[in-house]
Design a protein around this ligand. Structure first.
Ligand code: PLP
Length: 421
């Protein structure tokens, strides 16, 4: 029996309607930018397996460091113990994070990084004796699948069935260069009528919404508004962090820095799961007290797992290398040329790119969950490229180590597929 057949017996996949989509492709190997399926077919991983494997799959530099760590210290609870990989990782992260960040709190994945950020903000005010119970978030944002993260995300198939159990969130439009006065007016009203604990946002690029890009200059007044009103800001850099936008973090481009930052995905380069919620010293200080209840009682068993920390340390070292920085620049420049070219295609409505992220919106009457997405996915796979459109938006987010030929093949495949469907 094939993997695909055996899979159907016991497995339940995420984000899938099993009745209409019963098959899952069996993958047996991944190296660099290439995935190999159980029939020996190869695919270029053009989206870095959900934006994680930015240094290529099974990267030798990272796996060697991780293997060494595995032979020294595998796991130790992090509430009363510490260890070199966690301490070193905190030191390395603080060097590259925006300058106001000074504390590193560990989680397991993007959703729990967000969940911890939300709880930190709520308890920060609670410890001060202030009861704040509402957050502000952008329309159509995506922040994960736990209850807090679902609450701050825009309504969709992800959180619809749980709507009655979600926190009360005030939503504002994403700045588009023309609506700043409208947003600021709306914010003025929101803060006058509610006790806002925080504003959460995906800086510069809303990933799941379809890689929607907004400008730093337009976002900055929104962040400044919250600063002026003593409301914490939480940057969800789970997708944008670690080089995707051209800088180490999207927040580097924005003048007003967030109080809390959520990180995951590329943090450990796709090798093992881990996430981090970083914050300012001011937030941390508010949890210091002789009263035990003022501490942050939020913990995951695998917090600061030494193996995951070693993967993160190796990826940060690679990220800062000249070679990777040059590759990021090369991909970014290539994307700009390709977006200009493909913008004229009759099937295309809009194109955009930032750093290594490129998105193409297609002309269609089909809704986000229509059949077009499935047809495109099948056509791309048939041509040896793994691209997973978000509704009617095709996007690329390749590993930084992609070769010129592989990148060119992704572009050519998109053109060919658009010509045929
Ligand atoms: C911006 C953002 N935040 C949070 C998450 C949730 O991360 P995870 O799937 O690791 O829980 C995602 C996942 O795609 C994301 O893109």
């Amino acid at each position: 029996m094939t993997l695909q057949e055996r899979d159907k017996k016991h497995l339940w996949h995420p984000l899938k309607q099993h009745q209409t989509h019963p098959n899952s492709l069996g993958i047996v190997k991944a190296k660099g930018c290439i995935l190999t399926d159980e029939n020996g077919n190869e695919y270029i991983d053009a989206i870095s397996s959900w934006y994680t494997c930015m240094f290529g799959h099974c990267n030798d530099f990272i796996t060697t460091k991780v293997y060494k760590q595995m032979q020294t210290l595998d796991q130790i609870m992090f509430s009363d113990f510490t260890h070199e990989p966690a301490v070193k990782l905190s030191e390395e992260l603080i060097k590259i994070l925006p300058e106001n960040q000074n504390r590193i709190f560990f989680n397991d994945n993007g959703s729990t990084a967000v969940e911890a950020g939300i709880k930190m903000a709520l308890q920060y005010y609670f410890n001060k004796g202030e009861k704040r119970n509402t957050f502000v978030a952008f329309e159509n944002g995506f922040h994960g699948d736990t209850f807090g993260a679902m609450s701050v995300s825009g309504l969709s198939v992800y959180n619809g069935p749980f709507e009655d159990f979600l926190m009360d969130i005030k939503r504002i439009p994403v700045p588009n260069g023309n609506n700043s006065q409208v947003i600021l007016k709306q914010l003025q009203q929101i803060v006058s009528e509610n006790s806002i604990a925080g504003f959460i946002y995906e800086p510069l690029i809303q990933g799941a919404a379809g890689m929607k890009i907004h400008n730093a200059e337009d976002l900055n007044p929104v962040l400044q508004f919250f600063k002026n009103h003593n409301i914490l800001t939480i940057a969800d850099e789970v997708m944008t962090g670690f080089g995707k936008t051209g800088n180490n973090f999207a927040s580097d481009e924005i003048t007003t820095k967030p109080d809390i930052i959520c990180l995951s995905k590329a943090l450990t380069a796709g090798l093992v799961p881990m996430a981090i919620t970083s914050c300012t010293e001011d937030i941390y200080n508010e949890f210091l007290s002789n009263d035990i209840a003022k501490g942050f009682f939020h913990c995951h068993t695998y917090s600061a797992n030494p193996i995951a920390c070693s993967a993160a340390l190796a990826s940060i070292e690679l990220l800062q290398s000249d070679e990777i920085q040059k590759n990021i620049q090369y991909i970014s420049d290539s994307h700009k040329s390709f977006t200009n070219k493909i913008a004229n295609h009759p099937k295309v409505t809009t194109t955009r790119s930032k750093g290594v992220i490129l998105a193409i919106d297609l002309k269609t009457n089909a809704g986000r969950y229509g059949t077009l997405r499935d047809q495109l996915l099948k056509s791309f796979m048939g041509k040896g490229v793994f691209l997973r459109p978000l509704g009617n938006t095709i996007y690329i987010q390749p590993p930084y180590v992609i070769t010129k030929q592989q990148l060119q093949k992704i572009y050519t495949t998109i053109e060919e597929v658009l010509d045929t469907f």
